[in-house]
Design a protein around this ligand. Structure first.
Ligand code: AMP
Ligand code: MG
Length: 405
């Protein structure tokens, strides 16, 4: 009997099952891009470290500009000129201002800046201010961005360009990240030959091994390619045991249904109880999830396109359990270019090609073809899901397209 779950139930199982996290390691800032932060980062400094002008113009005490009008400007003495990268030579006296470039340090006594456009230089050491400014206008104060003790980045965030920028601003040179999960990848099937071999009659190349390795890499994991294993319970059990020693988790593709040659579930059961055997989705129903020694094992269908979808859907969540990563999904609305039917009682995932622009709206063109045809999927930018209780979707309906990892 298959223990079939819906995709949502599988996500919940993934979230609730205890798995072993990968260790924390320190890496230099320059190598931290794409990694998962292991601990929250608290600021140790003020950013900016001094009050700064955000405009080219004059640093002033705002109260010296109150009541200024185009017809009756406030006239202030230009007491100093601020240089970039240097602090002011002294405090600003009442009735005085300082010429200041964007990013320049405000002198003591100044609490605002007036834009050059709202002033006139009388060429006699004074300027006219045509518009009053409020305290704090056109300046960012010391610590406006970051103050000591503030949590700037949360544990579990993925270090992209903007996060690396925040670390650089705080001068953090060594970053605590989770070790990349090592994913052992096995392919099973007596008909499979390595990619470099010309397949004989009845043989096919091992597509899934290379495909899943590439997916692991784009998800920030380290693939360990373990090759092809015969469709036989004993061989698979031994191979799975070794894979569990080498990897932080295991992906096996092929042999995942309950045919007489489908030995995967028996090998997986020998490692620990199965979380599910079958997911109510199309493609990808014969999927098995289990674990061994606290390490997840995902048994994928052999059809490359089905293996791809199942891995695309569930591998990010499994890896996130190993690293504590907070996952983000990127999706955008598009209008369905043609009617698609679905009444399988399973969530149906369809690859789509996207045309159009943000202005005129995106169109999603479903990719047709049998689930085994991976080359068709290669021509798609993302996918959408037709829920299991839905009989199909009409041309013109809005779907939410999820971008591939
Ligand atoms: P299975 O899930 O083992 O029943 O396999 C379903 C289909 O996928 C069969 O046509 C297999 O030949 C094919 N298949 C299984 N594993 C792979 C693989 N690693 N690469 C390419 N095709 C595969
Ligand atoms: Mg097979």
């Amino acid at each position: 009997m298959l223990n079939v779950k819906t995709p949502d139930e599988v996500y919940r199982l993934v979230a609730q099952t205890p798995f072993v996290s990968t260790p924390v390691q320190m890496v230099p800032l320059a190598q931290a891009g794409g990694r998962v932060l292991a601990k929250p980062i608290l600021a140790g400094e003020y950013v900016p470290g001094f009050h700064r002008s955000t405009v080219d113009g004059y640093a002033v005490a705002a109260s010296d500009t109150f009541g200024a009008l185009e017809t009756i400007p406030a006239i202030l003495e230009v007491a100093m000129e601020i240089q970039m990268g240097k602090s002011a030579l002294g405090p600003l006296r009442p009735g005085c201002c300082a010429a200041i470039p964007t990013g320049g340090a405000l002198p003591q006594g100044a609490d605002a800046a007036v834009m050059m456009e709202h002033t006139e230089d009388y060429q006699d050491g004074t300027v006219g201010i045509y518009k009053p400014v409020a305290p704090g206008e056109n300046v960012i104060f010391k610590g406006d961005d970051i103050c000591p003790g503030k949590e700037v980045l949360a544990a579990g965030c993925t270090l992209g360009a903007k996060e690396i920028g925040a670390l650089a601003a705080m001068g953090i040179l060594q970053v605590p990240v989770r070790q990349r999960p090592r994913v052992a990848i096995l392919s099973t099937g007596d008909e499979l030959v390595p990619v470099e071999q010309l397949p004989g009659d009845g043989q096919v190349r091992d597509v899934n091994g290379a495909m899943l390795a590439a997916l692991c890499q784009s998800l920030g994991a380290e693939p360990l390619t373990c090759g092809i294993v015969a469709d036989e319970a004993g061989c698979l059990e031994t191979a799975l045991e070794q894979a569990l020693v080498q990897g932080d988790m295991v992906l096996i593709s092929g042999g995942s249904s309950v045919g007489s040659r489908d030995a995967t579930f028996r090998a997986m059961e020998a490692q620990g109880p199965l979380l599910c055997h079958g997911i109510a989705m199309k493609p990808g129903k014969p999927t098995i999830m289990g674990s061994g020694g606290g390490k997840p094992i995902l048994g994928l269908p052999g059809h490359p396109a089905a293996a791809f979808f199942v891995a695309e859907l569930f591998l990010p969540s499994l890896l996130a359990r190993l690293t504590g990563q907070h996952l983000r999904r990127y999706m955008f609305p598009a209008k369905l270019a043609e009617t698609v039917s679905a009444n399988h009682g399973r969530a149906q995932y369809m690859g789509v090609r996207i045309t159009g622009t943000q202005e005129e709206g995106f169109m999603a063109h479903p990719i047709h073809g049998k689930s085994g045809l991976i080359s068709l999927l290669a021509d798609s930018e993302g996918y959408f899901c037709i829920p299991r209780d839905c009989e199909g979707m009409a041309a013109g309906e809005t779907v939410y397209v999820i971008q591939y990892s």
